[in-house]
Design a protein around this ligand. Structure first.
Ligand SMILES: [Zn+2]
Ligand SMILES: [Zn+2]
Length: 382
């Protein structure tokens, strides 16, 4: 029988997680039984839930951990303030952990390594201390950001003031002590518990349920159900493949309110330099993954059936690889020229543009041909 390693328990974090959950399951129902629920508490809860959840997804995650876009100071103040109120640590330590998660995903140095099981990835890694504590040597950019280091120093105080003073005070202004108590239980305690578990789900469920359309190299998965619970972070397979993209739900129909918020703020100048992976590159990743799966399925067939199909697929694959390579080259040359990193005359620029457009057209044709070959192979083995 496995025993709990008591000597490794991180007591402050563990007590915080247990007590807030306990209060949500006991004191909160008693309050609701006595006083009922009015619309003010619901609105306050939803506003705070959205503000602090997005501070984590938009701020801690996409802005600080991945530098997927740039943000003006009001956005940074908002995410650092409400991020502290979610009690998920400082933006600095959160980002250090998260960058290690991406670098060592599914391995021992991944702080929330899913190969150690659901419980470890969800919350176990927080309950039991890592020894020795890993150095913060992967966040030099954030260590030189004064707002980030200030929040790192004072985040417990900021979080306590937000949850124990500001939120109950809003409740008190609305309806006296009874409303203040409701705001504390619903707007602070319950909201913190739900925001935290929404984040924890990204480390656990998003590495367990869903599909892997972009890469099966790691355990991260795309799941629309998880996207609904995590402000768009559920498209985690895409995110692990293209971590610097400001979007996680990259298809137009995918639910990603964090992406919509970043984009909307860019229209009023609050965010800028939104990083996007080109559509062609995304499509090539999807195709490469489908190719791997199809090759695995074909390999299981008798050799006579395999040969002709494999030949057709191989031709289409090579043609696609060549087209992708020349597209990458033309794209790099053209963007170097547009960013004025090389001297180019007007005629040269026009030529580079034409080459790039031609390479893109050639790539689209190669993709169509690959799709036809792929469909034919599937039909043969259906
Ligand atoms: Zn992950
Ligand atoms: Zn990430």
């Amino acid at each position: 029988m496995s025993r709990i390693p008591f000597h490794r328990i991180n007591w402050p974090t563990s007590l915080f997680l247990i007590i807030t959950l306990f209060v949500s399951l006991t004191a909160l129902p008693v309050y609701l039984w006595h006083f009922g629920l009015d619309w003010f508490q619901v609105v306050l809860f939803l506003a705070l839930f959205a503000a602090s959840s997005m501070s984590i997804t938009l701020g801690y995650h996409r802005l600080f951990s991945h530098m997927a876009f740039k943000a003006k100071w009001p956005v940074k103040v908002w995410v650092l303030l409400f991020g502290a109120s979610a009690f998920e640590g400082s933006a600095l330590e959160w980002s250090a952990d998260h960058r290690r998660h991406h670098k060592f995903v599914d391995h021992d140095d991944d702080p929330y390594d899913i190969s150690k099981g659901f419980f470890h990835a969800h919350v176990g890694w927080l309950l039991f201390k890592l020894r020795p504590v890993p150095p913060m040597d992967n966040v030099p950019d954030l260590l030189s950001d004064k707002m980030v280091t200030f929040q790192h120093r004072y985040f417990p105080v900021i979080g306590a003031i937000m949850n124990l003073v500001v939120v109950p005070a809003i409740g008190w202004l609305w309806g006296g002590w009874q409303s203040a108590l409701g705001a504390l239980l619903i707007g602070s305690v319950l909201r913190v518990v739900l925001v935290q578990h929404s984040t924890f789900c990204i480390n656990s469920f998003c590495h367990m349920i869903g599909k892997r359309p972009y890469s099966s190299r790691c355990s991260a998965r795309d799941s629309w159900i998880m996207a609904l619970c995590t402000f768009g972070e559920g498209y985690h397979n895409y995110h692990h493949e293209f971590q610097h993209d400001y979007r996680n739900g990259v298809k137009p129909w995918q639910f990603d309110p964090t992406k919509w918020a970043i984009w909307t703020m860019s229209k009023i100048g609050l965010t800028s330099n939104l990083r996007r992976v080109p559509d062609e590159k995304i499509l090539l990743a999807e195709i490469a993954e489908q190719q791997i799966q199809l090759e695995e399925a074909i390999a299981k067939r008798p050799s006579k059936e395999r040969e002709s199909t494999q030949h057709i697929l191989e031709v289409a694959k090579q043609r696609l690889q060549q087209a992708a390579q020349s597209w990458e080259q033309c794209k790099a040359e053209y963007s170097r020229a547009t960013e004025k990193k090389i001297e180019a005359s007007k005629e040269k620029m026009a030529q580079l543009k034409r080459d790039f457009e031609e390479a893109a057209e050639n790539l689209r044709r190669a993709i169509d041909e690959w799709r036809e070959a792929h469909q034919m192979a599937r039909a043969t083995f259906a």
